[in-house]
Design a protein around this ligand. Structure first.
Ligand code: FEO
Length: 388
């Protein structure tokens, strides 16, 4: 265990071999499951625990480190990458009470069969004394589950933020090296996990800024002894301001759609707009999600396959809608052989979104002169909106 600050220790684990998170997004740098041990003058506490496949290693480490008694196990959130070890821990430390909020209590009872009498429910603002240390609980629904809670170590001015402000990035030293690599890992994590809850991210980023904490200890990735690094990034990413950027996720079978994507991309670049073309068949969806953090406009490029969009384009459209990016404009370009419902199906996932639809451009076969004129009109329409 490594001491991070005044009897607050890191006891989490790296997972360098996990290829995907939520069986969806590739993990470039693995991930970590952070757990913290706090030794007060009278009582001890663990904050968050472990992902099920790592429980044996986690418990063996606790025993090797001489953690013989735990009075409280704080569950900041019910998802099993942080609560997986609770059933084993309450057997190992029979005196321990699990401390959590009412929503998380229901989650851990239904997912992990934790007996009700092992759980103590706390409300926001409630405090728990460890002797010379006080833990204060702050419920934070929305970043990212309804059961999410932060724990504040009052005397040490340290905030445990659970998944919020995390990163999928393994480390040797838990203290963050605030460099471009970490910024990129944190942005990928934000895009995949937090972006759908952007307004909550705004709210809690502001709240934590105002708390002026000395350290932020999240549940994934390194610990921040320079909280402004991650808080300033979140202030930018979660803001309502998008950048002068168009992202073009595309798939093309015979090159007709790609020709249109390249044409539009070059024209937009000539108009001074940053363009990111993204191959959704061979590309890394995490990188795609990262472009959505900033883009003002999304243009999906797809051919028609069996009367509808290419399935990979449909997948990209669904993922985009679920991630709920701040983009203001959406369009579709593509090629067909004999017809079908390309635009209707690709835009259906955005039915409840406020995103403005710009006129699509669909072409039979390869684009011809009148089609390029329509693509020019789309470029002009985007350029005007971005300038506006
Ligand atoms: Fe890292 Fe929502 O669990």
């Amino acid at each position: 265990m490594k001491e991070l600050k005044n009897n607050i220790f890191y006891c989490g684990l790296n997972d360098e071999n996990r290829p995907l998170f939520d069986e969806l997004i590739p993990l470039e740098h693995g991930t970590t499951y952070n757990s913290y041990y706090i030794k007060g003058s009278e009582k001890t506490a663990l904050i968050d625990t472990m992902y099920p496949p790592k429980i044996e290693e986690y418990i063996s480490n606790l025993q090797k480190d001489g953690v013989n008694k735990v009075d409280y196990i704080i569950a900041n959130h019910g998802e099993q990458d942080h609560t997986g070890a609770l059933p084993a821990l309450i057997k190992l430390y029979p005196e321990a009470k699990i401390v959590t909020n009412a929503i998380c209590k229901n989650n851990i009872m239904s997912m992990l069969f934790i007996p009700e009498d092992k759980i103590r429910v706390v409300k926001t603002g409630e405090e728990l004394s460890l002797g010379d240390k006080t833990l204060r609980f702050i419920t934070a629904p929305g970043v990212h589950w309804p059961d999410t809670m932060f724990t504040y170590a009052v005397e040490d001015n340290v905030l445990f933020t659970c998944d919020f402000l995390g990163a999928h990035k393994i480390f040797e030293n838990p203290i963050a090296n605030c460099d471009e690599d970490l910024k990129s890992a944190a942005k990928r994590y934000y895009a995949e996990i937090m972006m759908p809850f952007r307004s909550f991210c705004q709210k809690y980023t502001k709240m934590i800024k105002e708390m002026n904490v000395d350290m932020i200890m999240p549940s994934h990735g390194p610990v921040y002894d320079n909280p402004d690094f991650i808080l300033d990034l979140y202030t930018d990413w979660a803001s309502d301001e998008s950048k002068n950027m168009v992202v073009l996720p595309y798939v093309s079978m015979y090159g007709s759609t790609l020709e249109m994507v390249n044409y539009v991309g070059e024209k937009l670049k000539s108009a001074g707009i940053e363009v990111v073309k993204f191959d959704i068949v061979n590309g890394d969806l995490g990188e795609y999600a990262m472009t959505l953090v900033d883009a003002k406009t999304i243009i999906i490029g797809s051919p028609m396959v069996l009367m509808g969009p290419h399935p990979n384009a449909m997948n990209a459209a669904s993922l985009t809608a679920v991630l709920n990016p701040k983009a203001k404009y959406l369009s579709v370009i593509g090629s067909f052989g004999w017809g079908g419902k390309l635009v209707e199906k690709l835009t259906e996932p955005f039915a409840n979104s406020k995103i403005e639809m710009l006129d699509p451009v669909l072409v039979k076969g390869k684009a011809k002169e009148p089609d390029f004129t329509k693509l020019d009109e789309l470029v002009n329409s985007i350029t005007e909106r971005h300038r506006g």
